[in-house]
Design a protein around this ligand. Structure first.
Ligand SMILES: [Zn+2]
Length: 242
């Protein structure tokens, strides 16, 4: 499979044609739909890929849940650019939640307390929903953990009670039987995708890697320095970093 926006659009159209109903995680209460589709995106790195993918969904009239890391080393949820992306997602009808690296906690209580603290802090500026997904989840987190007042994307409703399909590790999930079998059997689906893998045109691993470095790393620093320090503007960061 190729990870392009056209492929994603094709996949969404295929699911809609097969009577799947996209439902925001945590908002399914009372729904009688037999073929539920829980669309979820974990934004581990490529926040620049968020709106293009969200626009594909909007073009088809569907919505999904986007999870952002509050402690990413690549992006800052409090910066203006991220705020605008999240506000735009919200205005399109998408839902935004927290993507939590739970490896830093020793108990559910600790995890719960920190999620509440992070939410209270960020929710002042950002339209967040009380839903959470885990970054690289340890197996105990997949076991229907209940977090008071929150919807967890690994609760059984969205994980073990449905057919769960993901593009983690750039898995060619569309070439596997799992997805098509689920559709044939009319089973509800949870689909996790990461914006990093999806692009306008097909890219291989190496291209995706260098493109991500270019977009998220060197050039951003270069632009910042070039705009704030004349000597960098004259030299260019590529003349410095080798
Ligand atoms: Zn993640």
């Amino acid at each position: 499979m190729v990870f392009t926006y056209d492929t994603y659009k094709y996949l969404m159209s295929y699911l809609l044609k097969n009577d799947y109903e996209p439902i925001l995680i945590g908002k399914e209460k009372g729904s009688v739909s037999k073929k539920q589709l829980f669309l979820r995106h974990d934004v581990d790195t490529d926040y620049l890929g968020v709106l293009p993918l969200a626009n594909v969904e909007r073009g088809l009239g569907i919505f999904s849940t986007w999870y952002f890391l509050p402690d990413s080393s690549i992006y800052n949820l409090l910066c203006h650019e991220l705020g605008q992306i999240i506000i735009e997602l919200d205005s399109m009808g998408h839902q935004v939640g927290l993507h939590i690296d739970a490896s830093q906690y020793e108990s559910v209580e600790q995890l719960e307390a920190d999620i509440e603290r992070i939410y209270a802090f960020l929710n002042v500026r950002l339209p967040l929903s009380k839903t959470v997904s885990f970054h690289k989840p340890a197996s105990w987190l997949l076991n229907d953990i209940v977090i008071d007042g929150w919807t967890n994307a690994y609760e059984k409703t969205y994980y073990s009670n449905v057919v769960y399909v993901s593009d983690s590790n750039r898995r060619n999930f569309m070439d596997e039987d799992r997805l098509s079998n689920a559709v044939q059997q009319g089973k509800s689906l949870a689909l996790l995708t990461h914006p990093l893998w999806w692009h306008e045109r097909p890219e291989d691993f190496d291209e995706t890697f260098s493109e991500a470095c270019r977009c998220l790393g060197y050039d951003r620093i270069h632009n910042y320095l070039a705009n704030t320090a004349r000597s960098y503007a004259e030299k260019g960061i590529r003349g410095i970093v080798r």
